[in-house]
Design a protein around this ligand. Sequence first.
Ligand code: GLN
Length: 447
Amino acid sequence: LDHYFTQIETHKDLNAFNEVFFDSAKKQAQEVQEKINQGTAGKLAGMVIGIKDNILYKDHSTTASSKMLEGFISPYSSTVAERLIAEDAIIIGRLNCDEFAMGGSNETSYYGPVKNAADPERVAGGSSGGSAVAVQADLCLSALGTDTGGSVRQPAAFCGCFGFKPTYGRISRYGVIAYASSFDQVGTLTSSVTDAALLLEVLAGADTHDSTVSRLPVPDYVSRLSDTGKKKIAVLKETLESEALDADIKGAILTAIDEFKAQGHTVEYVSFDLLDYLVPAYYVLTAAEASSNLSRYDGVHYGYRNLQAENLNSLYKKSRAEGFGDEVKRRIMLGTFVLSAGYYDAYYQKAQRVRRLIRDRIEVLFESYDVILTPVAPTPAFKIGENMQDPLVMYMADIFTVLASLSGIPAIAVPLGNNPEGLPLSLQLMAKHFEEDVLLSLAESFS
Ligand code: GLN
């Protein structure tokens, strides 16, 4: 813990932490040490972990990196925080992220951007940018993030760590601040596959507080890591042929494909012609869900309140106008529009149909293949400010990650070394619903 406290102080400029929990982490460390001495310590004893600042931890502040929740103290713990603590992980602090997890660069945070440790002029990725940089710069051993459309995988890719989003419904969302509830999923950022497997064992499984969590038994993921079964891998051809794809990323993925073949796996190129519909469907649906989820921030129940308001209506208006940042407001407006009476069928319902089509298509693909391979992001980490002028440019960068989110399948970002400038490169593997073990063992055999 002292090592990480020193590291955090040394790398303060990276802006990865919104708050370090000095007192509670020290107290936890003492308790864990006693348990270790008595031989009663849990599975994660000694794992120092940071949590994204949208995951509730009782009696600690949680803000979702928004002015709206400044000063909010969590009255209860999320299921994931409880499970970490029950297995003696030490929660060291809350990590910076895009405001309400809306963004792909960690630049929409009320607390300022997180800087990539490989090049501090570049973004960390988002929205779980603080979680990725904390692992990259050794500010904690591992971190929790949330992934709605790529927010664990893309920052992991930008920072050279493993970013793992399990199947929708594998991990409880209880106590995780909602962005788009039919997409949101807790994920892990780690420097090894073993840590990702260990964390999943602890976090996954039924929860009476969240009825969307699967009751399927939780396998022993760590012991399955050594499974060397040969897999059939489908590379989505259009993703590698995309003009937007950076040449170094493409080169690294082609080398990786050769390596998979050399290991005895079958790799085939297949066509996926729905690529152009992924980003539009994702943004219509997530904005709709966000506009509904964020209606609870009314200046009365939680967080920020304008004190000059003359009546209830002006209290709502002023509190929301001042409490939310621009990107969050853009999504609320877009979401309200696509849900409104005259446009519901044309946008929201249509996007839901597209989502169904994508899911069906993926299921057909999985009848012939075990794993799907694509890039994580079209480019390595870009410069801070570079993509902030045009939201569409930022949204389009999610093209490869939203497929797993729309279809609810598990996906992992696997690091592939660095480009000549020292920026991390990465590839993405996706598997069938609840086949996290397949993904993890394949990633392990490769790393
Ligand atoms: N960049 C995507 C978005 O802004 C993904 C965010 C996320 O997964 N939380 O919606």
